[in-house]
Design a protein around this ligand. Sequence first.
Ligand SMILES: [Zn+2]
Ligand SMILES: [Zn+2]
Length: 302
Amino acid sequence: MRPAACGRRRTIGTVLDYHLHLWPHGTRASQPTLEQLAAYCERAARAGVTEIALTEHLFRFRQADAALRGWWDDDPDPALRVQMAGYWDEHVSADLDDYVDAVLEAKTAGLPVLLGLEVDHYAGRMGEVERLLAGYPFDVLLGSVHWIGAWGFDILENPIVMSEWDNRSLESIWDGYTEALEELADSGVCDVLAHPDLPKVSGRRPAVPDEWYERMAEAAASSGMAAEVSSAGWRKPAAEAYPAPALLARFRKRDVPITTASDAHELPDVAARAADLRVLLTDAGYESLAGFRTRRRYALAL
Ligand SMILES: [Zn+2]
Ligand SMILES: [Zn+2]
């Protein structure tokens, strides 16, 4: 049976879902099938999403393990090092070449899917990341900051991670995060800043984050990266899309291009709240979205 293509149904205007995972956290990776990718497209189409990008975490793949394992060793806190090593081991279970082949096969079958990855910031090691990814035909690479040192601050279900939220000031958390984001942007390895204000994930955030918003917007603008508007924050204690309206306004002011995303880790969340994201963007004054092909950006009318 030929898989149904995204966009076969009437759309409500251009919205993309450029941030999708195949495997929920805490589960082993399994080889993606054409049926699974077709189901993602079908679900997206129902929400008016015409194109999706598969962006599995780089740390899922054995090739990343071989190149980057032990990056957490510089952190002075032994509990955080052990926690991160365990998290890493729990996630490494897939082969990057097989993943790339599966997405390319879906493209060949006519599904409107892009080949992407969610690439993390590895302090001081982005050159190694770049070498690891060279030679693959990626359409779009998301850049994410998921950890400050070895502290994976958004792993909210882990008690060691959560107790660290009590040990640090919000100012030092936002500072550490923003510094990592600046290094990531500066590296030029990725195309889109994913969930730009992720440190609000736990629901605790500084009363006046303007200073950090300014730095994030500057990092995006000066690196030429796009930024992502994501519905995932609505599913977290933050209870707000990424980025906050005040940060989105700063992106707009500096003409930072925007992609839209659900950050789904399973089918029911694919294209989640796509219509709400569209409203956020039009309210912020955006008239176009950033699409990507072979890591080249182009504009689509919103
Ligand atoms: Zn992420
Ligand atoms: Zn993600």
